[in-house]
Structure formats: C-alpha cells, structure tokens
Design a protein around this ligand. Sequence first.
Ligand SMILES: [Zn+2]
Length: 113
Amino acid sequence: MASGNAIRGTRVGSGPMRWAERGEQAPRRSVRYWCANGHETEPSFASEVPIPETWDCPRCGLPAGQDQEHPPAKPRTEPYKTHLAYVKERRSDADGAAILAEALARLQQRRGG
Ligand SMILES: [Zn+2]
C-alpha cells in the first residue's frame, strides 16, 4: 500500500523540463540596486552580460549598489567652496551682467535706437 503512494509521488520530468525550455527562451535575470537616497531599481540583464557592480539610479542619478545596507557613497561633484570662491563667483557674475548690458546697448545703437 505504502509503496503505491511512493510511485505516484515520483512523477518527475514533465514539470521541470517545461521550465528549462522557458528559461532558454528568455535568459534574463533582474538585479536589485539601492542608491544612497534609498531608491530601489531593478534592471534586468541578459544572462551572458556581466552584472555591473553599480547602476545609475534612474530617479536621482546617484550610483546604486547591490548592498541595500551599504549603498555607494554620494560622489562629491561639488567641492567645498571657500568664502573667497563665493566672492569671486559673484564678481564674475557681475562682470558677465556688465558685458551683457554693454552688448545690448551696442545692439540698440546698431538698430538706430
Ligand atoms: Zn536614487
């Protein structure tokens, strides 16, 4: 009696075979990445493509890593500015405005205004 049940339970083959065939048709795998802002993204890659270590977050552009607890640090694109740098920047802005005003004045003269 017990052996009959065991035989019925060993009907293997058809199920797993179907899955293997499907897997060959779409050899893709999705990888989850997290950025420093906590955004989660899950791009999928073809199985023959190596999985990149980091992925640019589609929401904020920061590099995202596969370790949710330790996402890549935010890149310091903007260096710390000293007070002098701010003053210089402001002055160059003023210069730019003056040049623009001068150009406009010349333009108006040329038009005969
Ligand atoms: Zn992000």
